[in-house]
Design a protein around this ligand. Sequence first.
Ligand SMILES: N[C@@H](CCC(=O)N[C@@H](CS)C(=O)NCC(=O)O)C(=O)O
Length: 342
Amino acid sequence: MTQPLTLIGNEGSPYSRKLRAVLRYRRIAHVWVVGNGPEYVAPPPVPVQVIPVLVWHDATGAMREAAVDSTPLIARLEREYAQRSLLPPDPVVAFLSALVEDYGDEWCTKFMFHYRWADAAGIDWARRQLMRQIDPAVPAAQLERFAQWFGDRQIGRREIVGSSDATAAMLEAGYRRLLGMLESLLEQRRFLFGERPAAGDFGLYGQLTQLCAFDPGSARLAEREAPRVVAWTARCEDLSGWRVDDAQWLDRDTVLVTLGPLLAEIGGSYVPFLLANAQARAEGGEWVECAVQGGRWRQKVFAYQVKCLNALRAQAAALDDDDRAWLAQALRGSGCEVLLAP
Ligand SMILES: N[C@@H](CCC(=O)N[C@@H](CS)C(=O)NCC(=O)O)C(=O)O
């Protein structure tokens, strides 16, 4: 019998929630283990100490292999399991889904980090509640030690990922625009690429689990301004019962019309950052600065996001000439078209 996978993560981790929701929707048998919780057993070594960790078992049930990084993990699951795919069959739409997934993972996570660690009410809640979520019975003294250490560490990371007094207004405006766009989209259909979820939906979903339902500042805002998005986020948690068929995917023209504002948002924020980050990295810089939606963005240079840019470019380069030409025309003026340049 095939052994269920083990997913190690926690409720406060957007990427853990993303991957768990994918496993549930795809009906891939798995066991959920809270990292460092009472039930936790260390997995085989992984290259980077992050969650979620996905573990494969041998026929005896012993842990055989562990891997991290939700986007390549989702791609691997697509290769290993056929049912209930997250990849739109049109390669152009699949590219747009990958772009939205990446924007969720790498840019919207900045909204999450900002609301969590930039204001007193958010910090006060998160630094303790994240530990209680790992073990609700944690002794009070241990809880306080964790809260102090973890909160200080995360607040110290704010500037590194771009959350500062100078960027606060940009982050908050970006979050509100995203809520507004998703709220309008949900008046028309149930998921971004049709009547079934794609990888792009789950990229946004992961961050929204925190923004809409954990961090007090961003959650109150979402309740006021985007109640459909709050409900959608809760619904995406477990889509194991969702009925799927291939007719539910939208064609590329329809996707383009309804996702136009979101693509322009991505092209005005995440894409300029990706390019500036890659350039700063190539020049050996430590910090990157660039224009984002009319404001000045500043954060540390990240090697990982150079990989993200290269992966998107490689996916665009793998399209056939007609599809790439269609996409270049479709993305013209959005700011995303530079991803098609070699
Ligand atoms: N690109 C990774 C990101 C994973 C990640 O950054 N996870 C966070 C928790 S949400 C983490 O484990 N950070 C390590 C730390 O805070 O020490 C993915 O998509 O899975």
